[in-house]
Design a protein around this ligand. Structure first.
Ligand SMILES: *Cc1c(COP(=O)(O)O)cnc(C)c1O
Length: 385
């Protein structure tokens, strides 16, 4: 891939990625495994590119959402343990078993199909039970857990690899009483599972926020998502971390992704003329407008219309008019040297300026997770030093 040929691309910084992983390695205890969550195309960073970097860092478990993502990794030649965290339809459970993937399980219906598929193939099915502790998303508790364990105890081909849960309210608050409550419920369920005769399974609970600020949730493994990419789960998590660790800890994580494009055209637009669909922008001075080869179908959110900005020559160029499906116009009147095929930064640093995913997210009324996860998969990802 030659950058000269590309209208828009994403650079993935190996240096930043390594720094973030090293930071979390230093946070977790010796016996705690660091697994990485690379669902949603590696949070928009590119699943195979991130798997490659994680592999270089010696990560031995990849967590994904779907069976298809697991297959992409396997086809990519990765030999790590692959844990599927999201739902798999009953009809495809055999594929999970055939490939030796680990998979979440919280329905008796699924458990029975795992057992059948494994016994028919003379294999074992590797499951992780998800405990309902207060998110009320996936998971089981109480009587249902009891029934599930009864069924599990007669399954001969199921290997119980792990028991886990997920926090509902760590990143949105600095008050961790709900997290404590979830942890207590989790420990009760775990002791019940142990009393029912199951042993030798891993416990895991923490995602990025808990991994950064809540050490006693690390158990046997953390599931590191957003923060491996150098982004904090939230402002609250960031502030909690730096208030505990003081000055100098602000730059402990480095964003891994830079989204770039090139100027496709520059045109003179006279005072009073309109720009873009719906004529929502009327320029109030003689302007130079740059046309950029990115739009909402690439993941450059339409909410950035007349609101967002990009970096050109290290300066901010504001979006003019509506973001279209594949094109966006920006004002470069105050960036006199701007010329066609000059580099544009949509997310990331250019000279002394930086557009963070959080800035874009705030303009769009969302969170950094959504901003990066929605960058379209068709944009080339390039690993750089
Ligand atoms: C997505 C996800 C994670 C990772 O969360 P981050 O906040 O991105 O670290 C961990 N566990 C589960 C179950 C998830 O779905």
């Amino acid at each position: 891939m030659n950058v000269k040929d590309l209208t828009s691309w994403i650079e993935i910084s190996q240096k930043a990625y390594c720094k973030n992983i090293d930071f979390f390695r230093s946070r977790v205890a010796k016996g705690t495994e660091l697994s990485v969550v690379i669902k949603a195309n590696g949070y928009g960073h590119g699943i195979l590119e991130i798997a490659k970097l994680a592999d270089k860092k010696g990560i031995s478990t990849f967590c994904v959402n779907s069976l298809d993502e697991a297959l992409v990794l396997k086809d990519g030649g990765f030999l790590q343990n692959i844990l599927i965290l999201g739902p798999v339809m009953l009809n495809r459970i055999k594929t999970v078993v055939e490939n030796g993937f680990e998979c979440v399980c919280y329905n008796i219906e699924n458990l029975k199909v795992f057992e059948e598929a494994a016994s028919a193939r003379n294999k074992s099915a590797k499951i992780h039970i998800k405990i309902e502790t207060g998110t009320n998303r996936q998971g089981i508790k109480g009587k249902k857990l009891n029934d599930f364990l009864d069924e599990l105890s007669v399954c001969k081909n199921i290997e119980l690899m792990g028991v886990y849960s997920h926090f509902a309210n760590i990143e949105d608050t600095t008050d961790h009483s709900y997290a404590q409550y979830q942890k207590t419920s989790f420990m009760e369920a775990v002791s019940f599972i142990r009393k029912s005769g199951f042993k030798d399974f891993k416990l895991h609970f923490a995602s990025s926020a808990a991994a950064a600020i809540f050490k006693d949730t690390h158990f046997d493994m953390i599931r590191l998502g957003i923060s491996q990419y150098g982004l904090w789960s939230s402002k609250e998590t960031y502030l909690t971390y730096i208030s505990e660790h003081g000055h100098g800890s602000e730059h402990i994580l480095d964003p891994v992704l830079t989204w770039k494009a090139k100027i496709a055209q520059i045109k003179d637009v006279g005072k009073g003329e309109f720009v873009g669909y719906g004529c929502t922008k009327q320029v109030t001075r003689d302007s130079k407008i740059a046309v950029l080869p990115v739009g909402y179908s690439d993941g450059f959110d339409r909410k950035l219309s007349n609101q967002g900005y990009v970096l050109i020559h290290g300066k901010r160029a504001p979006v003019q008019g509506r973001v279209a499906m594949n094109l966006t116009m920006v004002d470069v009147t105050d960036i006199p040297g701007a010329a066609i095929e000059d580099e544009v930064v949509l997310i990331g640093k250019q000279k002394d300026e930086e557009i963070r995913a959080e800035h874009v997210a705030a303009l769009c009324g969302t969170i950094n997770y959504e901003t990066v996860a929605r960058i379209a998969a068709h944009i080339p990802r390039i690993i750089v030093q």
